[in-house]
Design a protein around this ligand. Sequence first.
Ligand SMILES: [Zn+2]
Ligand SMILES: [Zn+2]
Length: 221
Amino acid sequence: MLSKNKLLMEIQLIFINYVSDEGLAKTTFWKFDYQSQYVYIFSRFFCFLLRTAMIIKISNLSDGVHNYSFKEPVKEIGLSEYFTGEAQADVELKKSHNQIILDAKLTLKANFECDRCTKEFEQTLETGFKMVYLFGKDEAEDTSMNITYLPVDADKINLDKDVRDFAVLAVPMKKLCIEDCKGLCIKCGKNLNEGDCGCEKTETDDRWLPLKDLKNKLNIN
Ligand SMILES: [Zn+2]
Ligand SMILES: [Zn+2]
């Protein structure tokens, strides 16, 4: 049997792991440990209880402006690729009797691999979205605007899905470690941001060859 103290210690450890970044990897490792399956199941249950979501309670919310700030591990929102740590959402909500206008500013951290030099780097992504919530049935079939229809008796707004969608949209098409990354030498593969490699750079673009020919001819004449 696992002693009570050891059990408590292990739960504590798992809890610490859970709130840290590599938590999931470490808890998976625990599965191989003796008797830790108990602890593992218990910890998952614990995590389930502690599970947070970006939820705004709107029942009994007075008309006017309300501000909220949320922090949630990216894994909890369902963001895995690139994203790391916690997602932060600063929300301003304006409520009137039949609608809610929500303005969210998002801050997330992501790890990318540079498209030019393949170096890994961390980038803070800032993005946001505006959403209009209308109480009642979806009458207009206009999907061009960020309009969500809420049941008249809706008591909360869960932001997780929108945060996830807009975070994914904020991933840049071109991922560069620095704006003017010099990339790798095509001859020796050295990262040119760390200095010149000494390889001879003969940049001949085939498209310029006819023009070069013409120049030579003109020089001769
Ligand atoms: Zn780079
Ligand atoms: Zn080189």
